[in-house]
Design a protein around this ligand. Sequence first.
Ligand code: ADP
Length: 239
Amino acid sequence: MDSFIHFDAVSKSFGTMKVVDGLDFHVGRGEFVSLLGPSGSGKTTLLMMLAGFETPTSGAIHVDGVRVERLPPYKRNMGVVFQSYALFPHMTIAENIAFPLKMRGMGRAERESRVTRALDLVRLGELKARRPAQLSGGQQQRIALARSLVYEPKVVLMDEPLSALDKQLREHMQLEIRELHRTLGLTVIFVTHDQGEALTMSDRVAVLNRGKIEQLDTPSGLYDHPRTRFVAEFIGETN
Ligand code: ADP
């Protein structure tokens, strides 16, 4: 497999507590990989180290051949989507999406064409003059997705982006995210504690437990050949 993202013996401690424990794994270019595990297993910390908001205590992270673990987030060109969408309430949707581009000094014409492209991707172009309070939860989450795509990143990191949505909307958004992944050729790292979501969306799933990967495998590999009791029981909770 073409190793696009590579974690090499990465650990992270907060004080005396080791929350990520010597991880080694590869993600291929264009893969959709979920980080699945119970609360506190280290999923978010792992994602934050990839995004650049946390620095590993030890180990190296490579993305596309570049060693990144000491680079600030803005030098990594990754899109990031969190569970809470945190849009600026006083700005229109277009301004919200353009804001990070403006901060980096991009000119107005380029900003406007990028915003239009990003909104078209999530099919919400007609809402660009509205303010966040005028949108539903699902629409706000799609705006957050558009904002993560506005840099035209090759890697998108998502931390429980759908967990605040009701079931029907969540399933719809799962399909939309898969579709964006496919059409844009994105590499996606998707954090979830929901077994069903991880298994239906991902090319491969990393099952985390106490800061270690118990198994990194295809959905059918996890189902048919769980390597540890933890994996068997955790995957078996899928309903
Ligand atoms: P998950 O995303 O799987 O729920 P996290 O990566 O958020 O797990 O957290 C793993 C562990 O690290 C938890 O015990 C959490 O309390 C702890 N932790 C996370 N961030 C910090 C921090 N900034 N300072 C101290 N402890 C933290």
